[in-house]
Design a binder for this molecule. Structure first.
Ligand code: HEM
Length: 507
């Protein structure tokens, strides 16, 4: 008995020892191959990134990947190998090749969890190959044009008014409060009102509707992990998916459930309301047949996930940079006050977007905000086509490689924006027509080409209105200008804990 136990221990010990040795040899062989013989071997990058995907996971997980990628390109140049099979580009010319429009667009790596999505009728964000994406996007494009979005302006204005009511209450309290919370609630109320047919009422009730906002932010951890180890994504669509479903009483699970209910209600009881939900429902396939209900459901959830926090972070960024640059703030306020005194803006209502878009300095401030601190601080990557492609002159990239351009890094391209890229200087958008045209051609805060942000018209309407109203009506005093906010990159570049006090201006 004792002898057989000894034998078993001896065997296990040997198996473990040789297992470790063989595994070590395998890892060494694989790493050597990736460093010396892999088709991307000629591209520079940190050793750990060249042999393992975990360098990228770690960078993303550190919550400062935007800064890590900026350093990475300063150290290694315009093309860096940031994973065994992936490259990051910092030369702005790469944008048009990687993200350019057309039937030959590069596909999106399948890196996002797709629970609750019907892969036969995916919403645009989840369509992987170029053709499926193109056909899904053609159907819903009309719902997001500026003309359609402007039919919803009165509803947006109502929520701008609710934000002002909250700020007036804070002004009466004369104490510091977290401005980022109200702006988050504000953008979620707008997108839920338009896409879900009814606002979640966060501003009204002063609470994060059943944890939807915090739940969405928590979901970014999955997105980060899956972006680096896409094979894990199969778990979410395979037989295990039912065990991995998020709980449907909070966060994204609740958003999915609410979306399913409101979409079927809207089909049962059509409404005259001018909102995104109706605009999407009335979208047609190119053959004029109605859009599939599952795509509608998916688009509604995608709008909430992609359109709430992103817009909030741009509004917060803009206010923060104005506070840090009092000269810019005064110049903007003067432009807006003059527009009122000359009768170009109405005294007794939230200004119309069409009038605000005529103000050149306001437009420049918003463009500069999107360059200086884009809400999306991680790259949305693409996969190169099978035959491979020359992305920059002399930089041939084999087929099946994951390639991307980081938004934050491109916003700091001195070739594109000039040597003073580290300064928040809206004037750069107003100085020289040729330079402005180039900067606009390569604008990247909303992505580029076939998958450029479909919600950007709505984002612009929200940004112009909110910034104009805040600058016109409030003095905003930060508690500590040197510690304006906590900034963390998840998938989006989050700003939180922005403690300020506000005073209503007497105008
Ligand atoms: C300042 C605010 C916003 C920023 C910075 C932003 C940024 C982006 C970026 C960079 C992309 C491209 C992703 C890629 O290349 O794969 C994107 C796509 C998308 N955005 Fe936005 N976004 C904003 C607001 C919105 C809003 C308000 C909505 C919804 C109404 C929205 C809905 C979408 C959707 C559905 C996509 C997927 C488009 C496609 O794959 O064809 N976004 N956004």
């Amino acid at each position: 008995m004792a002898a057989s136990l000894e034998g078993t221990i001896f065997l296990a010990h040997h198996l473990l020892r040789y297992g470790i040795i063989y595994f070590g040899i395998y890892l060494l062989g694989k790493s050597s191959y990736r460093i010396l013989l892999h088709p991307l071997a000629r591209y520079p990058g940190p050793v750990l990134a060249r042999i393992s995907p975990f360098w990228r996971t770690h960078a993303q997980y550190s919550k400062r990947a935007h800064l890590i990628y900026q350093d990475l390109h300063q150290t290694y140049g315009p093309v860096v190998r940031d994973g065994p099979n992936s490259l990051s580009f910092s030369d702005y010319h790469a944008i048009k090749v990687i993200y350019g429009r057309g039937k030959d667009s590069f596909s999106r790596p399948n890196t996002f969890p797709t629970i609750g999505i019907n892969s036969e009728h995916p919403p645009i964000f989840f369509a992987v190959d170029a053709q499926t994406h193109q056909s899904a996007r053609r159907k819903v494009g009309g719902a997001y044009t500026m003309t359609t979005i402007l039919t919803m302006e009165d509803q947006i204005d109502k929520i701008v008014q609710q934000l002002e009511d909250r700020l007036d209450e804070e002004a009466a309290n004369e104490s510091y409060f977290d401005f980022s919370k109200w702006i988050n609630y504000f953008t979620v109320d707008i997108i839920s009102d338009l896409a879900f047919g009814e606002s979640f009422g966060c501003l009204r009730t002063c609470i994060d509707a059943n944890g939807i906002i915090s739940g969405l932010q928590g979901g970014h951890v999955f997105a980060i992990i899956l972006s680096v180890v896409p094979s894990l994504g199969t778990l979410f669509s395979g037989p295990l998916s039912k065990y991995l479903k998020p709980p449907d009483n909070q966060g994204i699970g609740l958003a999915l459930k609410v979306a399913a209910n409101i979409v079927s209600e809207r089909y049962k009881q059509p409404s005259e309301k001018k909102d995104l939900l109706n605009a999407i429902i009335s979208s047609k396939d190119p053959d004029r047949s109605p859009i599939h209900r599952d795509q509608v459901r998916g688009e509604v959830v995608a709008a909430l996930v992609a359109g709430g926090d992103t817009t909030a972070m741009s509004i917060l960024g803009c206010v923060g940079f104005l506070l840090r640059n009092p000269g810019v703030f005064s110049k903007l306020r003067e432009e807006i006050d003059t527009a009122y005194s000359e009768g170009h803006l109405p005294q007794d209502q939230v200004p119309r977007y069409a009038d605000l878009a005529k103000l050149p300095y306001l437009t420049a401030v918003i463009n500069e905000t999107l360059r200086f601190s884009p809400s999306v601080g991680a790259a949305f990557t693409r996969r190169t086509p099978e035959q491979g492609v020359e992305i920059l002159p002399g930089y041939y990239v084999p087929g099946g490689t994951e390639v991307g351009v980081n938004n934050w890094v491109i916003g700091r391209s001195a070739d594109l924006y000039g040597k003073d890229v580290e300064k928040f200087r809206p004037e750069r958008w107003l100085e020289d027509d040729a330079k402005t045209k180039l900067m606009k051609d390569y604008e990247f805060a909303f992505g580029h080409g076939a998958r450029i942000c479909i919600g950007r018209n709505l984002a612009f309407v929200e940004l112009f209105k909110t910034i104009a109203e805040l600058v016109r009506r409030y003095d905003i005093i930060p508690r500590d200008l040197n510690r304006l906010w906590t900034e963390e990159l998840k998938l989006f570049l989050y700003k939180s804990d922005m403690m300020v006090t506000v005073k209503r201006r007497h105008i």
